[in-house]
Design a protein around this ligand. Structure first.
Ligand SMILES: [Zn+2]
Length: 153
């Protein structure tokens, strides 16, 4: 015998605080100084950004802190023109993977600094492989959004 249950639609919210730890604390403190820090693996030599405490490939502690370039190459991007819970900024915006010069992983951030209201016009500007540079907010508080976005060069 099968019993049927009624359901209701509802929303769960789970506010929480995440402790940065020593590595991310240093990384985010760099944001206040308009610096982007990565760490270099002593075994494979890869530079990872944001800085990490260990290399996820070699499983060794990262040795060296490196201030990485504020310029890089756009690897992939996604245009968002609708509102959703937890979004990084008001739409429309472009989420992007950026390979900062001299690093070995992609940095997830935003592309901006031009009119984003018309997607057809955006597509004429934004191209994979184009050079971009970090644009910083004047009021910084050790947060990833201290970088307003990466602007095409
Ligand atoms: Zn490694």
């Amino acid at each position: 015998m099968t019993k049927e249950y009624k359901t209701i639609k509802t929303e769960l919210r789970l506010p929480y605080e995440l402790a940065y730890g020593a590595t991310w604390t240093r990384f985010f403190e760099g944001m206040k100084e308009k610096k982007i820090y990565g760490t270099k693996c002593p075994k494979c030599g890869r530079v990872l950004v944001p800085a990490r405490s260990f290399c996820p490939r070699c499983f060794v502690d990262m040795g060296e802190w490196i201030e990485v370039s504020q310029e890089g190459k756009l690897v992939a991007w996604c245009y968002t023109n609708y509102r959703y819970f937890g979004m990084p900024t008001e739409p429309p915006f472009i989420g992007a993977q950026i390979n900062l010069d001299g690093t070995d992983v992609n940095f997830l951030h935003l592309i901006g600094g031009f009119d984003l209201s018309n997607f057809d016009e955006v597509r004429k500007i934004v191209k994979n492989g184009m050079k971009v540079r970090a644009e910083w907010k004047d009021d910084r508080n050790a947060h990833i959004m201290d970088i307003r976005y990466f602007k095409p060069l």
